[in-house]
Each structure stands twice: as C-alpha cells, then as structure tokens.
Write a protein that binds this ligand. Sequence first.
Ligand code: IMP
Ligand code: MG
Length: 178
Amino acid sequence: MHKDCERIMLTEEQLRARVKEVAEQVNGLYKDKRPLVVGILKGSIIFYSDFIRHLTVPVELDFMAVSSYGTGAVSSGKLKIKKDLDKDVKGRDVIIVEDIIDSGFTLANLKALLYERGAASVMIVTLLNKEGRREYDIEPDYNCFDIENEFVVGYGLDYNEMYRSLPYIGILKREIYE
Ligand code: IMP
Ligand code: MG
C-alpha cells in the first residue's frame, strides 16, 4: 500500500497533535451536556476513535452510513441512507464526525436531515476540508486540516475500499485511479 502513495501529506505525529487540539476546543462547548457523537462510516472511523478519546465531556456514540450518489450537476437533493442511527436525535446535541468534506453534498443533506428530525444542535467536525471543491453551501464548525484538491487515502480514507488502514494521510498516485 505504501508504494501506491506519491507522498505523505500528513504524518501520524501531525494527525495526533491536531486531532487532540481540535477535541480540546470542542470540550469547552459542551459543558453540562451529553452530546451524541455521530461517526459517518466508514471513512471517519480512525479519526473518530482518536477524537473521542480526547473528549472529557460524557458522550454517547452512534454511526451512520450514507452514500453521496447524486453529487455533481444532477442534484437529487436526497441522501441515500445505508445504515441509520440507533438513537433518536430529537432534542439532542449532535456532533457529526466526518473524514473529508469535498463537494459538501453529504454534510449539507445530513445536517438538514438531523434538524428535520428535531436535533437541538448539529455541529460538524471534519478531519479534512477541500474548500476549493465546494458545490453546496456548508462549512465545518471544526476542521483539522485544509487540503488542496488531491485524492488522499489512509487514516480511514479509501480508494475502492483500499488503504484505510494506512496510519498516515497519503496522496494516491494518479496512475492508480486514472
Ligand atoms: P462530498 O459529499 O462531495 O462532500 O463527499 C464527501 C465524501 O467523498 C467523503 O466522505 C469521502 O468518502 C469521499 N471523498 C472525497 N474526497 C476524497 C479523497 O480525497 N479521498 C477519499 N475519499 C474522498
Ligand atoms: Mg465518507
């Protein structure tokens, strides 16, 4: 897997330090609350597990799997839910944990959906943000790293379900996906 990466964009050390820093900022916002931390499967799992271990407020964990078909010119306006939450979000403070925001389709729709279901608040925490690719009006509340428009893998992120277990974020060689 290592040889398929052109170079390492974010090292294990950079990831560890920044994830801790962001989690510490989030802690301050939820004093006396019990947020529901929603991980978006599967890309967020490694970020999610590192992030929650720095949270000092009591949290409940839940997960969702969604697919972002409909991205691009044809806006279906509907998110396809492959696995829904176990918990009811009504009245809850929700923290969505995502691997990367690209066009913004997934999170724009997901945030609207959770508010429709009665969530008291919905905050978005993402590991990576490709600001330059945005097509939908959505911004993360917390973002660990802004990145250029490169296809990256590792630390949970995949290409065709491969590379998720790499401990760093690497730029995938173009010849792999072109
Ligand atoms: P969006 O709905 O266009 O914002 O897409 C977000 C989803 O696209 C992420 O959750 C990822 O699954 C996927 N994605 C976007 N860019 C990358 C990348 O560079 N590497 C791996 N997955 C990506
Ligand atoms: Mg994803």
